[in-house]
Design a protein around this ligand. Structure first.
Ligand SMILES: NC(=O)c1ccc[n+]([C@@H]2O[C@H](COP(=O)([O-])OP(=O)(O)OC[C@H]3O[C@@H](n4cnc5c(N)ncnc54)[C@H](O)[C@@H]3O)[C@@H](O)[C@H]2O)c1
Ligand SMILES: O=C(O)C1=N[C@H](C(=O)O)CCC1
Length: 269
């Protein structure tokens, strides 16, 4: 058992943190060796299993990433952009694979993550599910087959606690559509329309975000032309799909050469 890769889960008390702790414990393919929360959080010092309302699992929640990462072969991180950038440097120092699910990363965050990836393996994706990663490929293919007579709109819905928009998944789908069209997404993105916006520009890719209730995550890629529409849709009903993907990435990353990878690399699709 002790030969199994040791995994630290950051953001242990979060919606994804709890899922990840359960997924690692149930996998039989990895050991949970650390659970991290932010300083001052009520879970710090408690057994992670007990904090989750179950039986003890022998891992105390800590607020010290250095101590936790020193024991880890992989760090699975679904937290917040500033926290993730700090963890990237520390995970690289510990030569642990860093699996990043955190979304809302700005270019400055991404530059620091790229710097850390010079020294260690980082797997990052705005969505770790098999279904969404397959959908990015379908989106790219459909976008490549259609010209700009087909307006591309990406509509996403998430729970009312989500803090970033568009979702990381919507941005992945936008990048895939832009790649299919052979354009730079930044140059053609329409985000947050409001008021007298003027008519839609030909060739642009639009984003719209819905927030409400406990929606796990829903994404439509709409290709709309005169007289017809194609809608590619993914609906997540269980966060376990993200946790399973993240654990798969942590195992896949063992013994790879340093660099930044995504879930297409992990899934081999
Ligand atoms: N890539 C994917 O497949 C995927 C799937 C689901 C969610 N996400 C993303 O994961 C992130 C977290 O989502 P969530 O719903 O679990 O959010 P959440 O708010 O429930 O959990 C985030 C947790 O991170 C903790 N945290 C914040 N800063 C920290 C720090 N410095 N040290 C340790 N812990 C810290 C918070 O205390 C909290 O417990 C978001 O960016 C979300 O968009 C990505
Ligand atoms: O709940 C969230 O937050 C999610 N975030 C990811 C995103 O931004 O796309 C993946 C879906 C769930």
């Amino acid at each position: 058992m002790t030969d199994l890769p040791g995994i630290v889960v950051t953001g242990a008390s979060g919606r994804m943190g709890r899922m990840l702790i359960a997924a690692v414990a149930a996998s039989g393919k990895a050991r949970l060796v650390g659970a991290l929360e932010r300083e001052g959080h009520a879970w710090v010092g408690q057994d992670a299993g007990v904090a989750m309302g179950g039986a003890p699992i022998g891992v105390l929640v800590t607020d010290d990433p250095l101590e936790a990462f020193a024991k880890a072969q992989a760090v699975i991180d679904f937290t917040a952009p500033d926290a993730t950038v700090g963890f990237a440097a520390l995970a690289a120092q510990a030569r642990a694979v860093h699996v990043i699910g955190t979304t809302g990363l700005e270019p400055a965050h991404l530059a620091k993550i790229a710097a850390a990836a010079r020294h260690a393996v980082i797997v990052r994706a705005g969505n770790m599910s098999l279904g969404v990663n397959l959908l990015t490929q379908l989106t790219q293919r459909v976008a490549a087959a259609l010209d700009a007579d087909w307006d591309i709109e990406i509509v996403e819905a998430h729970h009312n606690r989500k803090v970033d928009a568009p979702s990381g998944t919507a941005l992945m789908l936008g990048e895939a559509a832009a790649a299919g069209r052979g354009v730079d997404l930044a140059a053609v993105s329409d985000r947050g329309r409001d008021g007298i916006t003027g008519a839609r520009e030909r060739g642009h890719i639009g984003f719209a975000a819905i927030r409400g209730g406990d929606v796990v995550g829903e994404h439509d890629v709409i290709f709309a032309a005169a007289g017809e529409r194609i809608v590619l849709r993914h609906i997540a009903t269980d966060r376990a799909i993200f946790a399973r993907g993240a654990l798969r990435a942590a195992l896949w990353g063992q013994d790879r050469i340093p660099g930044e990878y995504d879930m297409l690399d992990v899934l081999g699709i």
